[in-house]
Design a protein around this ligand. Sequence first.
Ligand code: PRX
Length: 655
Amino acid sequence: MTMQEMPSQAAYPPSAEMSARAHVDATGYAEMYATSINDPEAFWGKEGLRLEWMTPYTKVKNTSFEPGNIDIRWFEDGTLNVAANCIDRHLETRGDQTAIIWEPDDPTKEDAKHITYRELHGSVCKMANVLKDLGVSKGDRVIIYLPMIPEAAYAMLACARIGAIHSIVFAGFSPDALGARINGCGAKVVITADFAPRGGRETPLKANTDAALAQCEDDVKCLVVKRTGSETAWTERDYDYNALSEQASADCTAEEMNAEDPLFILYTSGSTGQPKGVVHTTGGYLVYASMTHEYVFDYHDGDIFWCTADVGWVTGHSYIVYGPLANGATTIMFEGVPTYPDAGRFWEVCAKHKVNQFYTAPTAIRALMGAGNEWVTKHDLSDLRILGSVGEPINPEAWNWYHEVVGQGRCPIVDTFWQTETGGHMLTPLPGATTLKPGAAQQPFFGVKPVVLEPTSGEVIEGKGIEGVLCIGDSWPGQMRTVWGDHERFEKTYFSDYKGYYFSGDGCRVDEDGDFWITGRVDDVINVSGHRMGTAEVESALVAHAKVAESAVVGYPHDVKGQGIYAYVTLMNGEEPSDALRKELEVWVRTEIGPIAKPDLIQWAPGLPKTRSGKIMRRILRKIAEDDFGALGDTSTLADPSVVDDLIANRMNRK
Ligand code: PRX
């Protein structure tokens, strides 16, 4: 969005009732925020006590954004265990409370399961013992490639319990993508399931894992959870989780971990190269996940919390598992999709489990909005108190529908801006404190110091009514610590464009009230249905096809997905474009990366617009993909300006 396109600013102040019951009102926010910035040591020193430490920390913050010395440590001399914090310490007070409500893909075939904290403890200990028996110990990596079933949470927490580092690969990723991640982090074990039911279809996870493991060392073991019970091939490296866990002990001592020991690696796309392994550590991450969960969703004891994400994304890590369980919440794990068996599925689940906080992505809201209000209104949503949005900017139309139809005008919407790298929310309204503006991420969370820079000069732009790139001026506890195995890449990606700052990769605007509006990525990352995709990744998948000579991928506005994937493809000499080849390339990318990377539009490009030095001018390709070629700007530096005319004449997106 440009500044001119910004909607007129409707504003929704918090109700008196909401401000009164919320953890903070506007004054409370201002005071707490000031303390968090002026005295981070004292602020986080106190917040760290929300966890149970085995050895209390004496140092709180030791962080440097200095070029050549990017070093981030929080609570560095403290020790703790994440699983003990998410489970054991609740046993005395809430052992019989439901920790996880699992909701299956197809409610007509299976019932929801309610898992208490005590049951969770037993299952996690069993899984931990099974992993130990497979030879996994502290510091080892374990890949989790599972459907949204309770075992996914058991696996995460079992790794945390024994100090192994988990890396979840979204079950929609292809065998190649899985194989690259197994090798990338040198995993000892892959935990998978026979099949993953989703939206009435089944993904053959075990078969995918077998294909991935064909690219890996022979000694990687595979632990298989039975989900559907349908038949799968069985190899020498496979272990039957259901059989092993039955015999395993339900007791397992929680390993004492340093606050800075890695908790997980999560691969995410960037503007260049292959996905990078974002590393989060133990203490700071959990403090931050717990605190943001409590304040942003105004979580109170006894609330039923539902984040519809998948644990394959960071949102699922922080707001299905770690944040809610650290706070002793009841969290919902949903295996399905918003539109199966019908477009009322989300609202049926909200009504059935009396959900208080509901957190989803704009793409889901847009899809459901189109299905008609009756799917929402026929369910009793009177328990809903807070609504959340994440993953991409939410357009005002979707915001208004969410607010009026789902929230019945009663529930504040927290539009949370954050990233895999940030571990938790960075800019967000707080329910009892913020006057909401549809489409704005609004205010920094405690301890977050946003700085807006002029993109080219890198100079700080102060004040209100400004626009630039969004950086963060100082560390916060949930920040990623490094790229797995490549600290240099960490520095280069996030700290080298603007020295002394963490660079988010997003643009933003600050309005006259000082509220932040995210304007989207300023790099070659596109946001498809709230999922990040590096254009370089899709391009390298396309050029790996024998008939493709060259390709350039850009994003374009898409009504439901936010952004769609637009691929310009130049074929090898002698190859003819055809619809069959287009289909073949779509299937090819699905197989190379996964369904989320499938191009929405493929345009045959006899040539790509390049400068004389051979650099592809993506600005021009973006404009053509947006069907906005009236404003192409200067094309005189192109080696062959005539290619642009051909691309315009054959453009695929016509508004
Ligand atoms: O561009 C921003 C967008 O999603 C990117 C981060 O993607 P990922 O690491 O996959 O994490 C998604 C879930 C935390 C950001 O750089 N983004 C995320 N939330 C918002 C957003 N853009 C606008 N508004 C948001 N609320």
